[in-house]
Write a protein that binds this ligand. Structure first.
Ligand SMILES: [Zn+2]
Length: 586
């Protein structure tokens, strides 16, 4: 693409050449493109949705409805041709239908030439001009972006402000604008010598305004191209041995500089941890850029708000950087399966944050609290719902982020911590650059553990059933302890139980489900346990006997590590005062 931006009118025009390979077994007669900037217009689907949803996003609310013609977003494809023949274009709000004069056969490629014009909206959500922190241009989802076609067909979702999904490609983008601006972008800058002494711009640049400068960026294997520009960016670089170059851009402000100077050290540690535990970062560069309205991931780059204390700055930077794995490299369809992107990102981010700042609280505890609050609210919806169609922003947010994180962490209680850790690494290797779906993650974890996990995925992803196991009775019978557990919720899970004694010793047991066709390995957790016969999933109760006298027992606890999303903890632990004579649930 070759694009020129006019910083007085906030309008841009561009032309592009797109070579598209049809890797599908289908003949394609039309292609679809996203035109996201058209969402920022009064009456758009995003505008109506933002105003009518039960719990509006305070960043959007009715702001789109109030935009003037000079403030709206616009993206129009004026012309497109296929090998010289005109393509028929139909603008459908945030989607473009392009009907090809010549059908594209399976295994063939075609080349399209196109011209487009756009207007950068006042910043409403994520992208736009003049952010709340004064960043001039946050240019994300700004060009005609090819939609993804796969075995489920086209994924050209009209944009309402939630998730994105795209197809990988190689980008070569020339951006021409007023030379006073510094540009941060997806990809690697190809002409730093032309850009001159101001790259990297360790001080804010004082290039003459009014002249034009062209920045050329190239990126391979990315599914989006984002950029930001400001005349006042400070830019510095951290080089990681055998790793990508990390770039940092923030506005020239001593208070920002005092906080941002500590970011590179933390991000190098984060990168090393992610490489070791979740797979190697595959691109040559990554940029942390002040811009946007919070934190948002794009390939090789994130836009984050920058006026933060260091803990918050590191927290948002880690989350967005970790998206390089689940959004950039795995790239599950986050419209269809938002938990696979946001939830896995949250899971890995929690691990990274625990690595950077060891804390006493269990790293995933807040995910469980969020999920439990959602269930208690009655707004819980099946996680399989498309991201755009959750009835409330709360249900979408908690399900994508909190539920997704606990779904992964809780899997450790089923297959064991070591299998989970090895499985996450294996998942990246097996499914990287393949757009995995839930079944692909399930199969990796089944192969890793040797256990059947379809029941786990089916129930947790497709239903709103809830989990509640409890202790029904603990008695001494014929000189041994007899413990009866009960399943009160519809959701099925294996159960860990710990019996503690007054002498300070304790013994742990694991009860798998018959559905698993096995049990997690005895050495696969950081603590030892004895596996008991499987719980028939049809049975509401399960009784097992362990050696010991009732007077020796101080407590019995199920799920002692709080790894399951059990919605009633009150029946999970029974404590015996010395000399007590058994327990039967009242
Ligand atoms: Zn995220």
């Amino acid at each position: 693409m070759d694009v020129a931006l006019d910083v007085k009118e906030h309008r841009y025009n561009g032309n592009g050449t797109l070579t598209y390979m049809n890797n599908s077994p289908d003949t394609l007669r039309e292609l679809f493109f996203h035109l996201y900037f058209n969402a920022f217009r009064p009456g758009s689907e995003m505008d109506v949705r933002s105003r009518t949803i039960e719990d509006p996003d305070s960043r959007v609310g009715a702001r789109i409805a109030e935009l003037k013609s000079t403030e709206v977003g616009e993206l129009v494809v004026a012309r497109m041709s296929q090998q010289g023949k005109p393509v028929v274009l139909e603008h459908l709000g945030t989607v473009l239908r392009a009907t090809l004069p010549q059908a594209l056969l399976p295994g063939k490629s075609t080349t399209l030439n196109y011209e487009f014009t756009g207007q950068v909206p006042v910043q409403i959500r994520r992208s736009g001009r003049n952010s709340s922190e004064g960043v001039a241009y946050s240019m994300t989802q700004w060009y005609p972006k090819l939609a993804h076609y796969d075995q489920r067909g086209w994924h050209a979702y009209p944009y309402v402000g939630r998730e994105f999904h795209g197809v990988w490609g190689d980008f070569d983008v020339k951006l021409t604008m007023d030379s006073a601006y510094t540009i941060a972008a997806t990809g690697v800058l190809q002409n730093p010598e032309q850009i001159g002494h101001g790259y990297p711009a360790k001080k804010a640049l004082k290039r003459p305004a009014g002249d034009k400068l062209t920045w050329r960026f190239m990126a391979k294997d990315v599914h989006d191209f984002a950029w930001a520009a400001d005349p006042d960016y400070v830019h510095f670089i951290e080089t990681v041995p055998n790793g990508p170059t990390l770039h940092f851009f923030h506005k020239n402000d001593p208070e920002l500089a005092a906080v941002w100077k500590d970011l590179p050290g933390h991000m190098v540690k984060a990168l090393r941890y992610m490489n070791e535990h979740f797979g190697t970062y595959p691109w040559p560069q990554y940029s942390f850029v002040q811009g946007g309205d919070g934190g948002m991931e794009y390939p090789m780059l994130t836009l984050i708000t920058g006026k933060r204390r260091i803990g918050s700055l590191v927290g948002v930077s880690v989350h967005e950087f970790v998206h390089s794995w689940y959004h950039g490299m795995l790239a599950s369809n986050e419209g269809r399966f938002p938990w696979m992107d946001e939830g896995m990102t949250q899971y890995a981010s929690s691990k990274v944050m625990q690595h950077l700042f060891p804390r006493s609280e269990a790293p995933h505890a807040s995910a469980y609290r969020g999920y439990e609050a959602l269930v208690a609210s009655g707004k819980h919806e099946p996680p399989i719902i498309h991201a755009d169609h959750f009835a409330t922003n709360m249900a979408y947010g908690v399900t994508a982020y909190n539920f997704g994180e606990l779904f992964v962490h809780q899997l450790g209680a089923v297959i064991g911590e070591e299998n989970l850790a090895a499985g996450m690494l294996r998942y990246t290797k097996a499914c990287g650059f393949k757009h995995p779906e839930p079944i692909d993650f399930e199969r990796v974890m089944e192969k890793q553990s040797g256990l059947e996990l379809d029941w786990y995925f089916d129930q947790w992803i497709n239903t709103t059933r809830t989990l509640d196991y409890g202790i029904r009775s603990i008695m001494e019978v014929d000189g041994e302890l007899r413990i009866t557990l009960e399943r009160k919720g519809e959701m099925l899970m294996p159960v860990d139980v710990v019996v503690e004694k007054h002498d300070g010793s304790n013994v742990a047991y694991h009860i798998p489900l018959t559905l698993m066709l096995g049990a997690k390995p005895a050495g696969g957790e950081s603590w030892s346990f004895t596996a008991l016969p499987a719980w028939q999933w049809t049975d509401a109760t399960y009784t097992f006997a362990v050696p010991g006298r009732i007077g020796q027992v101080s407590a019995v606890t199920i799920d002692p590590l709080d790894r399951t999303a059990d919605i009633d903890r009150s029946n999970d632990r029974v404590v015996f005062p010395a000399g007590a004579g058994g327990f039967v649930k009242p």
